[in-house]
Ligand binder design. Structure first.
Ligand code: ZN
Length: 154
């Protein structure tokens, strides 16, 4: 069967960036299962997989806007060092967890450390990146009513 909305799809994938660096991959024995058409995966990859069938190999180059979005400068902010006073070994590149206004946990990356301030970036780590996916479709099946209701594969 072909991939369309409300199918549960299993894929083997390797994700690399524009420089050919491997960023992520599925485990050989454990393909990634997702619910197609439910925003479980980035839109550009979902589009590339539409209509494919088990055994199909797909190479997809996904622009940032169809992946994790462009870098939003408003999400890069300077905060006083006192706000992170409790964190030991603060260093550039470190990931922090901030509590959002609605109690949601927001990951932040430390971009720069100055005497009085720290620059933190709340963009997704892959924002602004063009992504390269090397995918093989493993299986495709109809989602159950429960999966469609939950919006994810079981
Ligand atoms: Zn569920």
């Amino acid at each position: 069967m072909k991939i369309s909305k409300d199918c549960v799809v299993s894929i083997h994938y390797t994700l690399t960036n524009d420089d050919g660096e491997k960023l992520d991959a599925s485990q050989p024995e454990q393909p990634l299962a997702y619910l197609h058409g439910a925003d479980n995966i980035i839109p550009g990859l979902e589009q590339a997989l539409e209509g494919k069938a088990p055994g199909d190999a797909v190479e997809a180059v996904v622009e940032a806007k169809d992946a994790y979005g462009e870098v939003n400068q408003d999400l890069i902010q300077e905060i006083p060092r006192s706000a992170v006073a409790g964190i030991d070994n603060l260093e550039v590149g470190m990931m922090l967890q901030a509590q959002g206004p609605d109690g949601q946990v927001q990951p932040l990356t430390v971009e720069a450390i100055a005497e009085e301030t720290v620059t933190v970036n709340a963009n997704h780590q892959l924002a602004g990146e063009r992504l390269h996916f090397d995918v093989t479709v493993d299986s495709v099946r109809d989602a159950t009513a429960e999966e469609i209701e939950h919006g994810h594969a079981h």
